[in-house]
Design a binder for this molecule. Structure first.
Ligand code: ATP
Ligand code: MG
Length: 505
């Protein structure tokens, strides 16, 4: 099926999020949409799927105009969408989710469980999904949960599939699997609209590329264009994809972790006898395949985990057992892996989110009273410095685009005077221009003598920023190596293979 948007315009108050956008994807084609954070990509796709209404513009399926007022209209027209935040019920099986997750449509009617099972098997086989209809969703890896979302769309005959940043939360392996699945869908005639900030993926998967800037289509590009060309088309200026890291003096230990254990409720060690230190002026990166204890390690360091044993010292002061607030005020900045869960309060304004945890401190408060004028003027300053694209810092943070939400967390955490910065997946969802900026800021923290613990599944990010790299595997730190380690050796360590070739237990 071909799918076309013509003259789509959407405003939020005075902000023009989509300004007369035209785009078209043919049957069996993958169209990548590239654009800065806040460019209007998600807005446009939400209009195509009936989650938002355009102010003006038209939608055509196979040359026929369709009216899409809600998602069931989109489904009936053969348009499916996978959101970045999955809409699955964790305790139900795959088949139950597929039956329950769907409104009856004029085309499909309500599915029965047994029919769903059969259909899941069929789709799974046809496209190489490898999904068990009877598996419990919460026991599945993220990449497989995402396939369930794709099946949900395909089961109602979606011929156009919209994927909004589907790879942001995937491991490199899961990403490769998804790109393979996209290829086989396309070969069977599905049209795909693919939104991503990762230029490598665009070059691998896309048949054509449309670039959006500030709500307008500013051009198209061929997948053969270099990453640098794509980056500058998108941002409107040249982007340095690899930041310059200058060698410099490393100081005294700031964070000293010894014998740290984090247990799950059943008593199993998620973090297992971990010891390391991070010194002033140093970036220690924790690398590893997602799910090897990095998340729990980061959370434990600010006492967000419940069952912690061992010692965590910040400049010699023991912090295990402190409150989260206490740990932060002891001198830690914390960029959480999930901005939605741990980083932001959606209904609070951007300005308020910029001072969470700081509202009792100078310059925001004096004699126990918050100064709204100071809060507002500091927010304006940070919005400019971190390029947070918004009409007003008094708007709720939930109105921001994904990448701009992340910038609010970054602005807050990178602006406080601390000894230690813990940054988990700091550039998740950011466009290449913002990644360049954030990488420079993290290196500036290091150069100013702070200790930085970076936790990232992006190997490019790890090798660009780290002075030393600790590799985590099954809850343990398998090795700590210098940043000039080869990609191959790093890859082997992440798979649990130590340098004598033995597989770790
Ligand atoms: N409900 C809303 N109310 C007010 N403004 C909104 C709303 N939804 C989106 N916007 C604004 O519209 C603009 C486009 O946002 P959109 O989410 O489409 O960007 P995006 O291209 O998907 O960015 P990202 O790469 O960060 O996900 C942003 O400036 C955003 O703040
Ligand atoms: Mg978006």
């Amino acid at each position: 099926m071909s799918f076309e948007l013509r003259g789509i315009t959407k405003t939020f108050g005075a902000l023009v999020a989509n300004d007369g956008i035209d785009l078209k994807v043919e049957r069996g084609e993958i169209l990548a949409i590239l654009g800065e954070n806040g460019a209007g990509k998600s807005t446009l796709m939400n209009i195509a799927y009936g989650l938002l209404q355009a102010d003006s513009g038209e939608i055509f399926v196979d040359g026929q105009k369709v009216v899409i007022n809600e998602p069931s209209d989109a489904l009936a027209a053969g348009i499916g969408m996978v959101h970045q935040h999955f809409m699955l019920i964790p305790v139900f099986t795959v088949a139950e989710n597929i039956v329950l997750g769907h409104e009856p449509t004029s085309r499909g009617g309500v599915l029965k469980l047994e029919e769903a099972r059969t259909a899941i098997h069929k789709i799974s086989e046809e496209f190489g999904f490898d999904v068990d209809p009877d598996a419990i969703v919460e026991e599945l890896p993220v990449g497989v949960q995402q396939r369930v979302e794709i099946i949900k769309a395909l089961i109602y005959d979606a011929k156009v599939l919209i994927l909004d940043e589907p790879t942001a939360v995937l491991t490199p392996q899961e990403t490769d699997d998804l790109l393979r699945i996209m290829k086989s869908l396309k070969e069977k005639g599905t049209s795909i609209i693919f939104i991503t900030h990762k230029l490598r993926e665009v070059k691998i998967a896309a048949d054509k590329i449309t670039i959006i800037r500030r709500g307008k289509v500013v051009g198209t590009a061929e997948p053969s264009a270099s990453q640098n060309e794509l980056a500058s088309l998108m941002v409107g200026r040249p982007v340095d994809l690899a930041p310059a890291k200058t060698p410099h003096e490393i100081g005294a230990p700031v964070l000293t972790v010894s014998g740290l254990e984090v247990k799950d409720p059943s008593g199993r060690n998620l973090v297992d006898a971990v010891s390391f230190e991070v010194r002033a002026g140093e970036v220690l990166a924790v690398a590893g395949v997602q799910g090897n204890g990095q998340t729990e390690l980061a959370r434990a360091l600010i006492n967000l985990e419940d069952h912690i044993e061992g010692s965590i010292q910040l400049s010699g002061q023991e912090i295990v057992g402190m409150s989260v607030h206490g740990s932060l005020t002891a001198g830690i900045a914390y960029i959480p892996e999930s901005r939605e869960l741990d980083g932001l309060i959606g209904t609070f304004s951007i300005a308020e989110n910029l001072i969470l945890d700081l509202h009792t401190q100078k310059p925001y408060a004096a004699h126990g009273l918050i100064s709204p004028a100071v809060v507002a003027s500091e927010a304006e300053k940070q919005a400019v410095e971190f390029d947070i694209r918004t009409q007003s810092t008094q708007d709720p943070v939930s109105s921001l685009s994904g990448g701009n939400k992340q910038k609010v967390v970054l602005a807050r955490e990178l602006s406080r005077p601390v000894k230690l910065l813990i940054a988990s997946q700091p550039t998740r969802g950011l466009d290449v221009g913002s990644i360049e900026f954030v990488h420079e800021r993290i290196l500036a923290e290091r150069d100013a003598g702070r200790a930085v613990l970076l936790i990232s599944t992006e190997l490019d990010e790890v090798t660009a920023l780290a002075d030393r790299i600790a590799v985590m595997y099954r809850g343990k730190i398998l090795a700590i190596v210098n940043a000039d380690v080869s990609r191959e050796e790093l890859g082997l360590l992440m798979a649990g293979v130590v340098s004598d070739g033995k597989k770790s237990a």
